[in-house]
Design a protein. Sequence first.
Length: 263
Amino acid sequence: MSWWKLLFLFSLCAGPLVTRAQEEDEIMDSDEEEELREAEPLDDGAPLEDAERIDPTAEEEDFVIKASTDAKVFYAFPKHADETQFPGGKVVKALIGFQNNGESNFIVDNVEGGFRYPMDYNYVIQNFTSFRYGREVPPGVTQTFLYMFVPSEQLAGGSRTFSLVLSLNYRGEDGTLYTDSPFNETISVYEVDEGFDTEIFFMYVLLAALFALLLFGAQYLLSSAFGGRKSVRKTIETGTSGGIDYDYIPKEHLKKQKVTKKE
């Protein structure tokens, strides 16, 4: 019997089995669709009664660092009566005071500042250097901290305004962080008119005096070095210009001189 006859017999036997399996799959699929249609929905879209309502702003408020009610922070600009404008390119000094009105110690960590955009405080225009102190302030004590910053000269001029924010960061004995901004106002930066500077004038006068002193010293040294080498003339004694004293000459010699003259 050839191989193709065997293949024909195998197809005849396997054909009914394949058709039967397909019919069973179709029956199962139809049964599953009917069960899904008859089943009740798990969620009808109604809110859950047992679910707790979560306020998204509650967590954010927990991370906001605020000022302590037991502390008072104040400021002063000693050399600037007008606190609405500051010079560009010059050092501005501010005094930040901290008063402990509580019953426990506070630790002042640092003071920082910067220029911010008035319409959006998240936009920083210029950041200033942070001054670190790490000083402990006992209850009932007030301490003052010096803070300095330099507004950029590029921000000077025009009608532009900026929000100057000075913040003092401190913490309690339990590690709780606090911050307070004693100065948070809108200011402007003006250009400095460089006129006659007395400091520069006196500096030039001092340099000129030092140069004259050096010149005088050099001249004195040269004159003392070359002046000592001049030759000293020897004085020759010529004797007395008057008559000769013959008392010291023996008389015999005088007689001999007279005899020789006569001869």
